[in-house]
Structure formats: C-alpha cells, structure tokens
Design a protein around this ligand. Sequence first.
Ligand SMILES: NC(=O)C1=CN([C@@H]2O[C@H](COP(=O)(O)OP(=O)(O)OC[C@H]3O[C@@H](n4cnc5c(N)ncnc54)[C@H](OP(=O)(O)O)[C@@H]3O)[C@@H](O)[C@H]2O)C=CC1
Ligand SMILES: CC(=O)N[C@@H](CCC(=O)OP(=O)(O)O)C(=O)O
Length: 315
Amino acid sequence: MSKKHTVFVDGQEGTTGLRIHEYLAQRADIEVLRIAPELRKDGAERARLLNAADVAFLCLPDAAAKEAVALITNPDTCLIDASTAHRIEPGWAFGLPELAPGQRERLRTGKRIANPGCHASAFILLLRPLVDAGLVAPELAVSATSITGYSGGGKKMIEQYQAGDDARLQSPRPYALSLAHKHIPEMMAHTGLRTKPLFMPVVGDFYKGLAVTVPLHLNQLVAGTSAQRIHDALSRHYEGEAFVRVMPLNDAATLEDGFFDIQACNDTNRVDLFVFAQGEQALLMARLDNLGKGASGAAVQAMNLHLGVDEALGL
Ligand SMILES: NC(=O)C1=CN([C@@H]2O[C@H](COP(=O)(O)OP(=O)(O)OC[C@H]3O[C@@H](n4cnc5c(N)ncnc54)[C@H](OP(=O)(O)O)[C@@H]3O)[C@@H](O)[C@H]2O)C=CC1
Ligand SMILES: CC(=O)N[C@@H](CCC(=O)OP(=O)(O)O)C(=O)O
C-alpha cells in the first residue's frame, strides 16, 4: 500500500472530534496523529501536530479554530474546520460538494475547507437548486424551522440533557429568538438569497437527528412554479449523488401514521429531501444526522475528496 495520509483532529475529545475518530478508525489508508490528553490545549504541541498532518480537522469553538489557523506554517496541511469561523471567509472552500458544479474541484485543490453548519447544510441543500433554477427569486423572504437533537449543542448540552434532572428539558425548546442564529450568514451566502431568512431552531430531548422545514406559498414564487417543478429541479440537481436522496413528491410512505421521523438518517452521511404539497402550498423538508452529514460525516467526505480517494470511503 502507498504511504498513509496523516490526519490530526484538534478537539479530539469533543463531540464532532470523537465521531470523526470513529470514522477514521476503520481506515487502513489513514494514520491518526493523537495529542496527549493533558496537552490538548497546549499551543506548541497543537502546532507540532497540525503541521505534521496532511489533513487537520478543527473540531473546536470558533476562537480556538481561529487560533489553530494561525499556528499553521506547513503550506501542505489541509485544514477542515467544523466551526462557524470561516464559512463565508474568502479563500475558504465551503465543504458541501453537492452545492453546485465546480464545488468538488474547489475541495480537491483548496487547503482551507470550512464545513457547513448542521442546520445550514439542510437549508442550503433545499434552496440553492431552486434559486439556481430560477424558481425562487433571490429576494424572496424565506422562513425556516429546524428540529434538532441535543448533540448539536456539543459536550455541555449533552451533559445537561443526559443528567436527566431538569424536567424542562423534556419538552422541545425553541431558541435563537433574537433572530440572529449564527448559521444565517452562510445560509444567505451559499444559497444566493438576499433577504435574511427568518430562522427558528428547536432542540428536543433526543441525541441526534435534524430536520429543517421551509414553508412556501407557491403563488409568491416565480410565476409558473409548481410543486412538480420544484421537485424536478431538486431531482435534476442531485441526480447521481451518493449522499442526497430526493424522495417522491408527497411521499406518504415515509410517514408513520402521518408522522415524520426526524431520526431516519441517523448513523448515515445521507440527506433526504422532501416536497409535501397541496394546492398553492408546499413544505420543503431536509433531514440528516447532525453528527453525520451535519458535521463529522461531511468533514470526512471533504477529506476524501481532497485526498483524491473515493468520496464515500468509510462513510
Ligand atoms: N455537534 C454538532 O452537531 C456540530 C458541531 N459543529 C461545530 O464543531 C465545533 C466542535 O463542536 P462540538 O464537537 O460539538 O463541541 P464540543 O464542545 O463537544 O467539543 C469541543 C472540544 O474542543 C476542545 N477545546 C476547546 N478549546 C480548545 C483549545 N483552545 N484547544 C484545544 N481544544 C479545545 C474542548 O475541550 P474540553 O474537552 O476541555 O471541553 C472540547 O473537547 C464547534 O465549532 C461546533 O460549533 C458543527 C456542526 C455540528
Ligand atoms: C442544538 C444546537 O445548539 N445546535 C447548534 C448547531 C450545531 C452546529 O451546526 O454547529 P456549528 O454551526 O457551531 O458548527 C446551534 O444551533 O447553535
């Protein structure tokens, strides 16, 4: 076998870092560089390992991710940042290969890759093809809700929920009610929408799984846009994609007694897209595993592309 690729995860003890390690553990082509637990926040040791890696994942809070970038001196190290810090930053490729033609090439050649946020991945995968196809005008005022498992909030939120001593956590909790969720800038930048979307996430008492819903009044879209045309545009855009499934229009078979299962993509790197429509109204839905295609799976997919191996290897 040819020489192994060296990979370091800065933030190896965190939620996304641990999940990336699970993916990497199955790989014969990867040598994982590990930092001693007591040195995991030591600048010099992090710098040594970051610069020794062919690919370094940043699974850190934003400030620590920016710090890591400043520690890089090796021009060959490719950084894949899971944080929010660089998602609309010039010079960084957005880690969503299915976004548009040319995106895979950016991920192959770029040394700075910013992974999308979990809510944002679902939202962008629904809207970008519709803007590109001229069905949704860039100025349209779009609303979206997201229902997500608590692992999206990282170690602290996981601890809170798993302590099981706060009855208030048993019911779903809407948040980001200041209407300035941190994913909104990337949602706009990577869909082409120019009006700030109204976005409300809701966290529930389950570990992982996420579904974004975008309600649309068809008569507010570009003239002549029907649910069928929306569905056709999504189907065309994602034809041949390994990780995006466009489900049949009004997919009753996916519902159990009328209910939608938010967790059905868990433990996969898949995104399922739905169009439910009736008369002049449509609901677009995207579901994914927030730790799969919403974070760690997507990061490994981007790494595969960058390394020039099968994009689906180990996923
Ligand atoms: N969870 C999810 O579904 C998603 C998360 N993300 C993003 O990925 C990043 C990581 O998230 P997540 O894994 O959930 O977060 P966690 O809080 O679970 O883990 C973050 C890890 O970073 C470590 N850390 C903090 N500061 C430093 C530092 N200065 N140097 C080295 N390590 C440090 C923490 O150490 P310690 O163990 O001491 O706390 C912790 O282990 C975040 O930016 C998050 O927003 C992106 C998409 C989805
Ligand atoms: C439940 C929960 O809190 N989820 C996180 C999103 C997780 C994610 O995608 O993270 P980053 O954008 O930080 O990478 C949130 O809404 O802030």
